[in-house]
Design a protein around this ligand. Structure first.
Ligand code: NAD
Length: 480
């Protein structure tokens, strides 16, 4: 379904994110017919480029980042014809009148801030000063949204001086993933899961975001952040919220976000013994360098890995811990949420040896999909012996090619901005609440002077992270 015609300005249009995600994503939406021929995209950045040179760079990013079968020369040419460029310094006054002149009345107007957060305030202010934005315009802001509560508040305040909350779209691209949205459909459109979606039936939840990449090349930048700020406070918190939240009364932006906020507010403070931080080290067989080398900081105490046990103090979840872990340079690239159910109250079978817990696994990557581990009788004449098999819900079989053709998170989220749907964007109070939870955790290890535990590159993380589960009589799922 086509969206309304729009004027979309991308501040930072020549940057890495615009080249890799935003512009190729818009091309794909154009190819699909969702972005129509009366929409415009305007790159805005400091570089003094001609419109032609910018279009050429967009052509190159399509060639590099769009799958070959989707590169159609006629469509690419038409798409480039809808692209403009204006040289603008966020901190200067040049270029703004030209940008204003490019805005067409009656179109949806959106401004994507794909620049360093330090420039958000400058851009927001000048959009108003020069009359480029109006009371209906939308702004899209990238991560990181602050590095603690104080800076997130300051960012919210500066944006609020010029835009209403209903105009502000804070991106968390995890929320744009197909499976993440499917999680809401599965929870709230089926009667099966919701009655057992609580501490009484769920033993614990594991959320894993494992990466194989290291931080080489951007280590100095990463070192100021670390896994807690880079992954947990935002992406993993959002996943936790979608699993833990109460059913919203309607699939409506504020109804959904109200429920997520309640979850964040119900999170307990995390005890020091429930936190494991790690840093990768080089190993002879895996090659590469250590985190300390990549971060260009021999004294670094920043974590490239973190595991946490998180408790939610509310009626639904009291007694069901959520274990979160994320890290760089691990054994495999794998993101999943695993919901482990409790044992049946009583076993009627003599041979209980093959018994394992039911687990609902929601895979985010690779192979987005869901899997439910269930017990069945082991086939054959061996008597009543139990074995566990996956009830596979990787939707490819049922949905055919549609399932493999899902738009990337950025594509979907940008279309949501144009449609004016904020459901999959973080509200200001949500972000602040997440920082209010994260801040004391970070301040705690800083005050104690904790050092991260070293782990081997290509392993599944530090030893202590295994203990975090073992001491509760549980174990992490393999990172495969
Ligand atoms: P980048 O350094 O590659 O690009 C920055 C862009 O900002 C360039 O187009 C540059 O011309 C423009 N710019 C810089 N100073 C300017 C000024 N004074 N006035 C006008 N334009 C100016 O950065 P990036 O990697 O594209 O990241 C952009 C934003 O997206 C950042 O907030 C980043 O944290 C966020 N982000 C990036 C990625 C990614 O994969 N690159 C992922 C998630 C979030």
């Amino acid at each position: 379904i086509p969206v309304d015609p729009f004027d979309l300005v991308i501040f930072g249009g020549t940057g890495d994110l615009a080249r890799r995600k935003i512009l190729p994503g818009l091309y794909l939406r154009f190819l699909s017919g969702q972005m129509t021929a009366d929409s415009r995209i305007i790159g805005a950045a400091r570089a003094d480029l001609t419109e032609e040179a910018f279009r050429q760079s967009v052509r190159e990013s399509i060639a590099e980042f769009v799958p070959k079968p989707k590169q159609d020369e006629a469509v690419i040419s038409a798409f480039l014809g809808q692209i403009g460029y204006v040289t603008i310094d966020a901190k200067g006054e040049g270029g703004w009148p030209a940008l204003k002149a490019m805005m067409r009345p009656g179109m949806v107007r959106a401004f994507y801030f794909s620049v360093a957060p330090a420039l958000f305030g400058d851009i927001a202010e000048r959009l108003h000063l020069h009359g480029v934005a109006d009371g209906e315009s939308r702004i899209v802001v990238e991560k990181p949204f602050g590095r603690d509560l104080a800076s997130a508040r300051a960012l919210n305040e500066v944006l609020a001086q010029h835009f209403k909350e209903s105009q502000i779209y804070r991106i968390d691209h995890y929320l744009g993933k197909e499976t993440v949205q499917n999680l809401m459909a599965v929870r709230f459109a089926n009667i099966l899961f919701e009655p057992i979606w609580k501490a009484e039936y769920i033993d614990h939840v594991q959320i894993t975001v494992a990466e194989t990449v290291d931080v080489a090349g951007r280590g100095a930048y990463y070192d100021k952040s670390g896994a807690m700020r880079d992954m947990v406070q935002n992406h993993m918190m959002q996943l936790l919220c979608l699993i833990a939240m109460e059913p919203p009364y309607h699939f409506d932006p504020n109804a959904v976000r109200d429920e997520k906020l309640k979850v964040i507010r119900a999170l307990d403070a995390v005890k020091p013994e429930d936190i494991v931080r790690g840093q990768y080290r080089a190993t002879i067989d895996k090659g590469g360098d250590s985190y300390a080398v990549h971060s260009e900081n021999p004294e670094t105490r920043t974590e490239s890995y973190i595991a946490l046990k998180v408790n939610i103090s509310n009626w639904r979840w009291k007694g069901t811990p959520f274990y979160l872990r994320t890290g760089k340079k691990l054994r495999a690239r794998s993101s999943e949420i695993a919901i482990t159910f409790r044992e049946p109250p009583h076993s009627i079978f003599d041979d209980h040896t093959g018994w394992r817990e039911n687990v609902l696994v929601i895979r985010l990557q690779p192979n987005e999909g869901m899997e439910m581990m269930v017990m069945i009788k082991e086939p054959g004449p061996g008597g009543m012996r139990l074995t566990q098999v996956p009830l596979d819900m990787s939707f490819a079989d049922a949905l055919g090619s549609e399932a493999n053709d899902v738009p990337d998170a950025y594509e979907r989220l940008i279309m949501d901005v144009i449609r004016g749907n904020q459901t999959l964007f973080m509200r200001g109070d949500e972000v602040e609440a997440a920082w209010a939870w994260a801040d004391p955790i970070i301040q705690g290890w800083e005050a104690r002077g904790d050092r991260p535990q070293l782990y081997d590159a290509g392993s599944s993380g530090p030893e202590d992270a295994l203990m975090l589960m073992h001491r509760d009589g549980r174990r992490w799922r393999d990172i495969r």
